[in-house]
Design a protein around this ligand. Structure first.
Ligand SMILES: [Zn+2]
Length: 415
C-alpha cells in the first residue's frame, strides 16, 4: 500500500513508522535497548545484523542522498551554560540524549561495534511539507542547508537524527502530521520534559500547544512542587518552553529562595534550560542573601553603638540583644561575613533561622513581657517586628522571574 520505496533508501528497518505513505523524507533514528537485556540480546543482535542489517546501514552512508552525515550526526557536546540560548540555533546540543553512533560511521573499533549492537535502527517516513509548515528548524534545514539541496534535486532525502529518542519523535511527528488521535492525552513528567526539549529545538510550540495544555492539566492533578525538589527544574523548563507565565514565576521563585551555589550543576541534569535563566536565578539568590546579611549587620551596628536603645535605658539589655544576634548569626553561617557565592546558604533557610531567633528576657523593667497572657513575651522591645518588616521589604525581589524577559524576541510579540 505504500508508494514505492525509493531504491536509494536503505532497506526498511524492522521498526518503520509511516506518517505519510508518500513521504519524501526518511528519518533515521536509533533505539537504545535497555541495559539489562543487553547481554542476552547482544549475541542475537550481532548475529542478526551480520545476516542482513549491518551492510545496508553502512552502505547507506555512501549513498549520495544521505545528506552530509557529518553535519547531521552531531557529536555530543557538554552543556555550555554560557552559550547564547535565546537565538535560533539549528544544531544546538540536546544534553539529555544518550550518545548514539553515527550511521555514517564505518569505524571498526570494537567499542563502536559494541555500542552499535545495542542500538536498533528506527525509520520514520515523513512529509517534508508538513515538517516545513510546522517547524522553523526543519524549514531552515530543508530550504537552506545541504539537506535542502538534496531534497530539491533528488525529490527525496534520508535524514539521520541520531540524537532524538524515537518515542519522543513519534509523538511529535503524529502532531506535525495532524494525526491527533494517535497522540497520548497523558504523559509522564519525564516524557513531557523530553517532548518540551524537542518542541523547543524544532520550534513547534504553536502546533503542539493544544496537547501541551492537556499534558500540563493532566500532570497538575498531582500538585505542583511548592518547595525545591528535582521536579522544579523540569517544570521550569516546561513552563518556559510553553510560555506559561504563572508557572514560570512560581518555579523561579522556589529556586531563588531555596537553591544554593550548586544550581548550575543541578540545572545541567535537565534538558536545555536557557543559561540566562539560571544565571539570573543565581544572581538574585546572591543579592537576596547579601541583603539579608545587610539587615542583620545594620542591627548589629546599631546595637554596638554607644547610645542605649533599650526603652528602659538598660545598656545591659542592648548588650544581650547584640550578643544574641551575633551568636545566632554565627550559628547560621553569616557571621563573620561569608564569601560569595555564599556556599551552603539559601535565602529561605536564613529567613527561617532569623525568624527563629529567641531574644532573652533580661530587661526586668520591660512591661511588655507581661502583656501576652501573663507569660514571658519573647519579643523584646518589638525587635522581631523590626527585623520582620526589614525582611518583608526584601521579598519583592524574591518573587520569581518574569517569563517575558527570557523569551526569544520573535515570541515576545505573541504574549
Ligand atoms: Zn530593655
Amino acid at each position: 500500500m505504500d508508494t514505492a520505496w525509493p531504491q536509494t533508501w536503505p532497506t526498511q528497518a524492522e521498526e518503520l513508522h509511516t506518517f505519510d505513505p508518500k513521504g519524501d523524507i526518511l528519518l533515521l533514528l536509533g533505539r537504545r535497548l535497555p541495559e539489562d537485556i543487553t547481554d542476552d540480546m547482544n549475541c542475537l543482535l550481532s548475529l542478526l545484523s551480520s545476516l542482513n542489517g549491518a551492510e545496508e546501514i553502512e552502505s547507506s552512508s555512501e549513498d549520495t542522498e544521505v545528506a552530509s552525515a557529518e553535519e547531521a550526526a552531531l557529536p555530543i557536546e557538554p552543556f555550555e551554560p554560557e552559550a547564547p540560548e535565546l537565538g535560533f540555533r539549528l544544531h544546538q546540543t540536546r544534553p539529555y540524549s544518550p550518545p548514539m553512533p553515527s550511521y555514517s560511521s564505518s569505524s571498526s573499533a570494537s567499542s563502536d561495534k559494541e555500542l552499535e549492537s545495542r542500538i536498533q535502527q528506527v525509520q520514520m517516513r515523513v512529509s517534508s511539507k508538513h515538517l516545513i509548515l510546522a517547524s522553523r528548524t526543519f524549514s531552515t534545514m530543508l530550504n537552506a542547508f545541504s539537506e535542502g539541496r538534496v531534497l530539491r534535486t533528488e525529490g527525496k532525502l534520508t535524514l539521520p537524527l541520531p540524537e532524538e529518542e524515537p518515542d519522543v519523535m513519534i509523538i511529535i511527528l503524529h502532531i506535525i502530521h495532524g494525526q491527533n488521535r494517535k497522540v497520548p492525552r497523558q504523559v509522564s513528567l519525564d516524557l513531557f520534559s523530553k517532548l518540551a526539549a524537542a518542541v523547543n529545538y524544532y520550534h513547534i510550540q504553536e502546533v503542539v500547544e493544544l496537547f501541551s495544555d492537556i499534558w500540563i492539566e493532566g500532570l497538575k492533578k498531582n500538585p505542583l512542587p511548592t518547595s525545591y525538589t528535582p521536579e522544579v527544574l523540569r517544570w521550569l523548563f516546561i513552563f518556559w518552553v510553553f510560555r506559561k507565565e504563572d508557572g514560570f514565576r512560581n518555579m523561579t521563585r522556589i529556586l531563588q529562595r531555596e537553591s544554593d551555589e550548586n544550581l548550575w550543576d543541578e540545572a545541567n541534569a535537565v534538558p536545555t534550560i536557557p543559561a540566562s535563566i539560571i544565571s539570573t536565578l543565581q544572581k538574585n539568590r546572591i543579592e537576596g542573601i547579601k541583603a539579608l546579611i545587610q539587615v542583620i549587620y545594620d542591627i548589629i551596628n546599631k546595637y554596638a553603638a554607644a547610645d542605649t536603645l533599650c526603652d528602659n535605658d538598660q545598656s545591659a539589655c542592648d548588650a544581650s540583644v547584640l550578643g544574641t544576634i551575633m551568636k545566632s548569626s554565627a550559628a547560621m553561617g553569616i557571621w563573620p561575613q561569608p564569601e560569595r557565592p555564599y556556599p551552603n546558604l539559601t535565602y529561605k533557610a536564613i529567613v527561617e533561622r532569623i525568624e527563629e531567633i529567641q531574644f532573652p528576657e533580661t530587661c526586668v523593667l520591660d512591661e511588655r513581657r507581661y502583656i501576652s497572657y501573663g507569660s514571658i513575651h519573647p519579643n523584646l522591645h518589638g525587635i522581631k517586628e523590626v527585623i520582620g518588616t526589614l525582611i518583608e521589604s526584601l521579598e519583592n525581589n524574591m518573587y520569581g522571574l518574569e517569563l517575558e524577559s527570557f523569551l526569544p524576541t520573535q515570541d515576545k510579540e505573541r504574549l
